[in-house]
Design a protein around this ligand. Structure first.
Ligand code: F6P
Length: 351
């Protein structure tokens, strides 16, 4: 029998489609210290739910699933129909997979105990972030954090399984439903991004080893609240303007974070007079993005200390967030520090 060795076809007609998310997760499984395949499966479950939510998001204008659901969530925010759909999709995927014992979701007041005797992992998730942007066709996202439970597998879930600081995350990621849909995640060994190919129904590796530029010239903050910011932050914003930085603020955390991660910049959601602890949630927004930022060489603080070292005390706890390029986060922190003697952190300045 005649055989010939396989040689890849390099013709541009037969361009390679690349590495699928599934294959990448499998290849990287060994890097994970507890590699038993469950975390890999969990990431696949999340990717599957993301594909479904992506489909729903894309037809939101057609299928009468846009607009308000008619209820408010625990944050007092009006739930959109897609918030509810996304919450159901992710919860279902995480329940069916069997690797998870408990879920903390922005959309649920309490911890969802899956009563899964073999589940090792706790997931904190914002199923659809920036959902007020759905009806105006602007990018939205999903944010997730994964922790190992600390009490014995099979025993009832305890508060210490849930209330873990961000430095205990074993994986975290986000999905950006934008001009294309991307899934970006880390397991603590760098950050990789995958772009969804809708005709094949697969995420493909498109952004390998993402690195946040250490400096940048984009600042992202809701400047409409400027007069509610503390003096140090107001001065930092003036500094950004004096340096002719670009102001870019979509109002969708994932989209603003993603742009700054690629291009270099800082995203700030500070303490304001209205919200003395900021607006963003520690467990399912700030922690995941902070883990990713640090893994990409960036930085994340609450203006003073490292986000990942905050010990949570409440499920839906809020935190100010300064995140992005390392030097910019440091510089913003220095402006806050300089003014700390004249303006108390939570005694926000109003002029
Ligand atoms: O999760 C809350 C969120 O929707 C973020 O996605 C976004 O960055 C922020 O709120 C926008 O808040 P504001 O409208 O106060 O600027």
């Amino acid at each position: 029998m005649k055989t010939k060795l396989y040689s890849p076809n390099t013709s541009s007609l037969a361009y390679p489609v690349g590495t699928t998310l599934d294959r990448f997760i499998k290849l990287k499984q060994e890097e994970f210290q507890f590699a038993s395949g469950e975390l890999s499966q969990l990431l696949r479950d999340i990717a599957l739910a993301a594909k479904i939510v992506n489909r729903e998001t894309n037809r939101a204008g057609l299928a009468n699933i846009g607009g308000a659901f008619g209820q408010t969530n625990v944050q007092g925010e009006e739930q959109q129909k897609l918030d509810v759909i996304a919450n159901i999709r992710f919860t279902r995927a995480l329940t069916k997979g069997g690797e998870v014992c408990a879920i903390v979701s922005e959309e649920d007041d309490e911890v969802i105990d899956l009563q899964n005797g073999s589940g090792k992992y706790v997931v904190a998730i914002d199923p659809l972030d920036g959902s007020s942007n759905i009806d105006v066709n602007i990018s939205i996202g999903t944010i997730f954090s994964i922790y190992r439970r600390v009490t014995p597998i099979g025993s009832p879930i305890q508060p210490e399984d849930i209330m873990q600081p961000g430095n205990q995350q074993v994986a975290a990621g986000y999905v950006l439903y934008g001009s294309s849909t991307m899934l970006v995640y880390t397991t603590g060994h760098g950050v990789n991004g995958f772009t969804y190919e809708p005709s094949l129904g697969e995420f493909f590796l498109s952004h390998q080893n993402m690195v946040a530029p250490s400096d940048g010239n984009i600042y992202s903050v809701n400047e409409g609240s400027y007069y509610q910011f503390e003096a140090g932050l107001q001065e930092y914003i003036e500094h950004c303007k004096a340096k002719f930085y670009s102001a870019r603020y979509i109002g969708s955390l994932v989209a603003d974070f993603h742009r700054n991660l690629l291009k270099g910049g800082i995203y700030i959601y500070p303490a304001t007079q209205k919200s003395p602890n900021g607006k963003l949630r520690l467990l399912y927004e700030a922690n995941a993005l902070s883990f990713i930022a640090e893994q990409a060489g960036g930085k994340a603080t609450d203006g003073h200390g490292r986000i990942l070292d905050i010990q949570p005390t409440a499920l839906h706890q809020r935190t100010p967030l300064f995140i992005g390029s390392k030097n910019m986060v440091d510089e913003a922190g220095n402006f806050l520090k300089k003014n700390a003697t004249t303006v108390a952190r939570k005694g926000v300045l109003v002029q």
